[in-house]
Design a binder for this molecule. Sequence first.
Ligand code: AMP
Length: 419
Amino acid sequence: MIQTIRGFRDILPGDTDLWQTIEKTASALFEDFGFQEIRLPVIEKTELFARSIGEATDIVEKEMYTFADRKGDKLTLRPEATASAVRSYIQHKMYAADPVKKLYTIGPMFRRERPQKGRYRQFYQINAEVFGIASPYIDAQMILMLNELFQRLGLTDLKAHVNSLGCPRCRPEFQKALTAFLASKKEGLCSNCTRRMDKNPLRTLDCKAPGCREALADAPSPLDRLCEKCTDHFNTVKTVLDQQNVDFIVDKNLVRGLDYYSRTDFEIQTSALGAQSAVAGGGRYDALVQELGGPPSPAIGFAIGFDRLVEIVSQLTTKQEARGPELFIITVGAGSIEKGYLLSSGLNLKGVRTEMDFGQRSLKSLMKRADKLHARHVLIMGEEELDTNALVLRNMTDRTQTTISADDALNELLTRLGH
Ligand code: AMP
């Protein structure tokens, strides 16, 4: 038997109901805030991710599904969506008519991480990106929007963690302090961090190795060295979040695993998921559009871990019984199959969830099947019923029966089933 590959999984019928509900809730909310949906390809040139996410990050160094296609072009299954959204914003000159563009997208991402509960190699994200607004109000609004989405989905055990990573003006100062600190703690660091500490010292701050966590407990924070503009920006974000009653804490070492962030970064964390505590994360990336060849455009975005969100919401709700058909048509005898089929699909076209059985089986076994499918009504349409022009409609809940005329069955059923 051929099975799914490690870290990849099917999302089965029954489970997809919740995915759809969340998708609808998110898109309705985002559209109220002025976002439009964009659908992006799942494969891009490797260079796009290497340049945006950063060469010395876990994603680019170890986790990307990269391959050469038949012509030798180096391609990658997207590990995240922001880089593609930026590429698209530039490629289609979305800034030409108006620099402000608000986009959201929902789809699969691919990272070759070690699979565990809440961590998959194909996972899904709900992303939102805003281009062309530098104001801190929009940072607060992105966090507000996330908070509102989670509230609408009934989540309570959540906290927004926010930080500021500074800008190209104040970041070098911080990096110098961090590099000096790291040099003094070199013995305690893992080999990954020792290797990266000169090239990309910021990455050490989100290393999960226990030794590194301990060694870096007192590491300098970018917050201690923000320039005046970054300080003002961050203060406004915090003030507005307070005004809008968003529950947050300042998490001075929150750096996130991608290089393109500047100023505000944030994560929504929960204790409902064990080790995988982050259910969403994001931040500003004011330099990225220009770095990838576009005009200077401030930008900010977030990604929600869809699989993790589904996991939390499903812990809170009891799974609905599978929805059975509204009507199950029982045909008995070869002569009634065609009439049954025409009626059944006629009802489908009118919006009545109708099923029938195409095998020639006994009335008894078909009644059993209707029961198993949790059909709400059964229509018995044997040759005898057709001859006498009296089909039997049985309500499977209260077990009452009525007869309806075969000639006008479609309209009579629509009326009786309340359509
Ligand atoms: P990132 O794109 O790394 O900023 O991650 C954003 C969110 O995506 C995280 O907060 C997680 O909820 C989710 N996420 C990231 N990687 C995985 C994964 N391998 N499996 C499931 N969810 C993930």
